[in-house]
Design a binder for this molecule. Structure first.
Ligand code: ATP
Length: 307
């Protein structure tokens, strides 16, 4: 079932929507193999976290994206733009939208920022354009935009396999995390380019993280956080190892890189402890957030009205 929450009710013919789009972390990320089509088979446990971009969608004649975020294109290269164009084509509608994108999730950071924006546009336009598409239909458009996009349509936690698009929902308690970003981007394509068969593994670590998440034992979970790209990323960008060490020295139970980096996250016992760790690790050169995992939707329609 597609899960998104309307926090303030409004008319079905909204002309303007405000949508929040949450980031994710990878509690485990394994690369299993390289396929003949060039994609990699992966096994990953993703969890939505409460660090979110904000998108305003307004009816317009054409498709338009506005943002002041550095390093984020506003043309067809923007995933929010591509999501709107793909949905318009798939639905056969002749409608436009002006998307104003307030980026709070760091860009090219391993936190899925572009993918969650794309999911937010699909959910928002489904409402704004009055399409009433069911989840399965939105999924078909989502997967064409990126392997993480179907995850963001659901939120919560999931074990993802295949190219990342096959999802099994996971439950578990709300976790407190500290995210640390070194204020430079790392390209996902570059990191996948560094992969060699020596870094491949069999998926057992992602299964172990999925079990630990269900078991609710935070120490056990901390012990099995894993990212198969981390060693290469640390070699290329030593700050990644330094951020992990700083998190553990400040009291995190365990720390790992998210996605293809460079953001790392540490697991804390509580949000209060996460804030303490954030204060200790947060230095001028690193950006730091204390966040909670989201058990509910990653995409939320915040307001709905003529505004
Ligand atoms: P992932 O974790 O899915 O690999 P990421 O978080 O590392 O992704 P993004 O923040 O999605 O990476 O950005 C990757 C690139 O995509 C950026 O270099 C940026 O130029 C481009 N991009 C396109 N659309 C967006 C968007 N809406 N937000 C951020 N970046 C975007």
């Amino acid at each position: 079932m597609l899960a998104f929450r309307v926090l303030s009710k409004g008319s079905g013919n909204a002309r303007r929507l405000v949508v929040s789009a949450a980031a994710k972390v990878n509690l485990a990320l394994e690369v299993l193999s390289r396929r003949a089509d060039g994609y990699h088979e992966i096994a990953t446990v993703m969890h939505a976290v409460d660090l979110s971009d904000r998108l305003v969608l307004e009816e317009a004649d054409a498709l338009e994206v506005r943002t002041t975020a550095p390093g984020v294109p506003t043309d067809e290269r923007n995933l929010a733009h591509r999501a709107a164009a793909a949905l318009r084509k798939a639905a056969g509608v002749d409608r436009g939208v002006r998307i104003t994108l307030d980026k709070r999730i760091p860009v090219a950071a391993g936190l899925g920022g572009g993918s969650t924006d794309a999911a937010a546009v699909l959910v928002g336009l489904n409402r704004l354009w009055g399409l009433r598409w069911p989840a399965a239909q939105l999924d078909e458009v989502a997967v064409e935009l990126g392997m993480d996009v179907p995850f963001f349509l659901r939120g919560g936690a999931a074990l993802a396999t295949g190219r990342g698009e096959r999802l099994a929902a996971l439950g578990g308690a709300v976790l407190a995390l500290v995210l640390v970003n070194p204020r430079f981007p790392v390209s996902t394509a570059e990191m996948y380019g560094h992969l060699t068969p020596a870094m491949y593994s069999d998926g057992a670590r992602a299964q172990a993280v999925a079990r630990a998440l269900r078991g609710r034992g935070v120490n056990r979970l901390a012990a099995c956080l894993y990212n198969g790209m981390e060693a290469t990323a640390r070699a290329a960008y030593p700050q990644i190892g330094q951020m992990q060490a700083a998190l553990v020295a400040a009291g995190a139970l365990g720390a790992a890189m998210s996605g293809s980096g460079p953001t790392v996250f540490g697991l804390a016992r509580s949000l209060e402890q996460a804030r303490q760790i954030q204060r200790r690790v947060g230095r001028a050169r690193w950006e730091c957030w204390a966040v909670r995992t989201l058990r509910g939707p990653a995409i939320r329609i915040r307001t709905n009205g003529a505004g």
